[in-house]
Design a protein around this ligand. Structure first.
Ligand SMILES: [Ca+2]
Ligand SMILES: [Ca+2]
Length: 313
């Protein structure tokens, strides 16, 4: 009698255990399934966002190409320079928005100008970069450090230089690049560079392939001030009010009286070849930022993408 009761009790407990076990297994499966679906959706949104950004880039390339056909100069009053308002991305499967901003990279100081055509440091560009750093309240020793980072040799400049002997003794050790920068974020690798200095510097510097001219129609106020040792904020204010939104009428005449170094004067221009698109895409909960560097061939030529990056410059 007792044995039969005992057996029934065991069977009941076993049945309850199995029910509990299958219940928790089913809950686990449902949870994993929900996670898988969500993960797949995020990957899909990411892919769709990338396609939207590429579409925006293609659209901007057309705008820049049309501008190259229509005008010989580039200034901040032109269509490309206006911020693109957020456009909806809306079809059956995708809901989101895309916005963008184009910047003329030749309105910034190209750090690759620090090196001349023979791979040696260009003293005129070095002095200009020092002046830019001082205007931005950043330590001017980064000018010499950048030049050493880019120039081909291992001879550290004095007093503001650093080559492999310095960088290989750091933890972790690394070596100087010793060639033209591909991406301006490489400046973060300079000895002593900090986030605050880098953030101040970033809107005013770029890394373009080879030596490039400066477009004074789009140059930042700090870059304008760096053009000559005697340029002060009042002179820059005067220049900004002269150029307004349609650019300078006669660059050589205006800057001829302000810039004494002919090497810098010869570098000043009113048009540009290099632009940067920053596209921000939001698809559902996924937000992506894309940067594209666009090169426009002169005289209404085509516009090509020479560098793309996601998230950072
Ligand atoms: Ca133009
Ligand atoms: Ca070097």
């Amino acid at each position: 009698m007792n044995t039969a009761k005992h057996k029934r009790g065991v069977a009941l407990i076993t049945a309850m255990l199995i029910t509990a076990l299958t219940g928790s297994l089913a809950a686990g499966l449902a949870w994993n399934n929900a996670l898988d679906v969500r993960r797949t959706m995020v990957l899909l949104f990411h892919e769709q966002g990338t396609q939207v950004a590429l579409g925006a880039e293609s659209w901007i390339r057309n705008i820049l190409r049309d501008d190259g056909i229509d005008s010989q100069t580039d200034h901040l009053g032109e269509l490309w320079a206006s911020e693109l308002p957020g456009l909806p991305v809306d079809n059956d499967s995708v809901q989101g928005a895309v916005s963008g901003k184009i910047e003329d990279l030749q309105g910034r100081f190209n750090v690759n100008n620090l090196i001349d055509r023979n791979g040696k440091i260009d003293p005129v560009a070095l002095e200009q970069f020092k002046r830019l750093l001082i205007v931005l309240d950043v330590n001017p020793r980064f000018a010499g450090l950048t030049a050493d980072w880019i120039d081909a040799d291992q001879n550290a400049g004095f007093p503001d230089g650093a080559e492999d002997s310095i960088y290989t003794s750091m933890m972790p050790p690394y070596r100087t690049f010793n060639r033209s920068l591909v991406n301006v974020t490489e400046l973060m690798a300079l000895e002593g560079m900090d986030k605050l200095s880098f953030d101040r510097l970033l809107p005013h510097v770029t890394a373009l392939p080879g030596r490039t001219s400066i477009n004074v129609n789009t140059a930042t106020p700090a870059v304008l001030q760096s053009l000559d040792a005697n340029m002060d904020p009042i002179a820059v204010e005067g220049l900004l009010s002269q150029r307004e939104e349609s650019g300078f009428q006669d660059i050589k005449a205006i800057f001829g009286t302000l810039v004494t170094d002919t090497a810098i004067l010869d570098q000043l221009d009113g048009s540009s070849e290099f632009f940067q698109l920053k596209a921000v895409v939001q698809i559902d909960t996924v937000r992506l930022t894309y940067y594209s560097i666009l090169l426009r061939a002169p005289n209404g030529g085509p516009v090509t993408t020479i560098l793309r990056s996601q998230g950072t410059y």
